[in-house]
Design a protein around this ligand. Structure first.
Ligand code: XMP
Length: 304
């Protein structure tokens, strides 16, 4: 386990050494990038420019939440929804979806950096992201998902030796709000990995609504490592007196120590039925809700 008392000053020192002049940090509102932002702010103060990209792949209410949380940090919010979603059009291979999102992230940051005259990018990559990318398991949007050509002179990754629970410990030591310290991981490619097959605006709207319901029902009550909804595809159902072809939603809730392995949580039937009825009741295009029992391995946590 990391020794926070020694880790924090050392990390701040390293950032000072590695950042010459201004640096941009890619802020997602999750615990990893928030910890990096605070460390970097302590290291380089107003030379830090935190940027949040609204990719259109974020959870319901996320942009407003981030605006409120980082209101004291000169946060720049960039609306790049069109760019991200139109680039994903027609792609159904999970790795290509990851590459598309990763490429757009970098291109947007490069453009901002050029306009601001900044050549350093700070990222919240953590240790498991690196292992999984290096091992060819998957392309993390912030590691293997990077395109070959990157216009930044340097990329600084202050927490790339830490596991998630260590990052949370550092977050607490830095006095970040509890809500951020305990936040579930959310993948870099966002809701794109919770839409199986081609990503469309309609599927994103459906999955965003379903996800919000699942989070409301399960986070506080069961304290999962992660819980979310994914859209799997279409199936037949009956609405009123009509047979319809509607969306199939999968609900996932897992416990885990570090995301490398995971167990599906044994949820009470009553809770599952309530989630099903809320999702199919409030999203007219959904006809089926299923609960995923699979552990990791053989499944992964995300559906992709
Ligand atoms: P899987 O689905 O491979 O995911 O079992 C393991 C954990 O990693 C999260 N995840 C990501 N985190 N960038 C991230 O920062 C990514 O590209 C990414 N993809 C997956 C996932 O949510 C789970 O907690």
């Amino acid at each position: 386990m990391v020794k926070v008392d020694t880790f924090i000053p050392k990390a701040i020192d390293n950032i000072k050494k590695e950042c010459k002049g201004k640096a941009i940090i890619a802020l997602s509102g999750g615990v990893d990038s928030s910890v990096c932002a605070v460390l970097a702010h302590k290291a380089i103060g107003s030379n830090l420019i935190p940027i949040y990209i609204d990719t259109g792949l974020m959870r319901k209410g996320e942009t407003d939440r981030i605006r409120a949380t980082f209101k004291d940090m000169n946060l720049q919010i960039i609306d790049a929804k069109e760019q991200f979603i139109s680039s994903l059009e027609g792609i159904d291979d999970p790795e290509l979806k990851r590459k598309s999102v990763g490429e757009n992230f970098i291109r947007v940051f490069e453009k901002e950096a050029k306009e601001l005259g900044v050549d350093t990018l700070i990222q919240g990559t953590i240790y498991p992201d690196k292992i999984e990318s290096e091992g060819g398991i998957k392309s993390h949007h912030n590691v293997g998902g990077l395109p070959e050509r990157i216009d930044f002179k340097s990329i600084v990754e202050p927490i790339d030796q830490l596991y998630k629970d260590e990052v949370r410990e550092v977050a607490r030591a830095l006095d970040l709000p509890e809500e951020i310290c305990d936040r579930m991981p959310f993948p870099g490619p966002g809701l794109a990995v919770r839409v199986v097959g081609k990503v469309t605006r309609e599927k994103l709207d459906v999955v965003r609504e379903a996800n919000a319901i699942v989070e409301e029902e399960l986070i506080e009550a069961f304290d999962p490592w992660q819980t979310y909804a994914a859209v799997l595809g279409k199936g037949t159902g009956v609405k009123g007196d009509q047979r319809v072809h509607g969306w199939i939603i999968a609900v996932r809730a897992v416990s885990s120590r570090d995301g490398m392995t995971a167990e599906s949580i044994e949820l009470p039937w009553k809770v599952l039925k309530k989630i099903e009825s809320r999702i199919s009741g409030s999203i007219p295009s959904v006809v089926r809700v299923v609960y995923d029992l699979s552990p990791k391995p053989p499944a992964t946590i995300e559906f992709e």
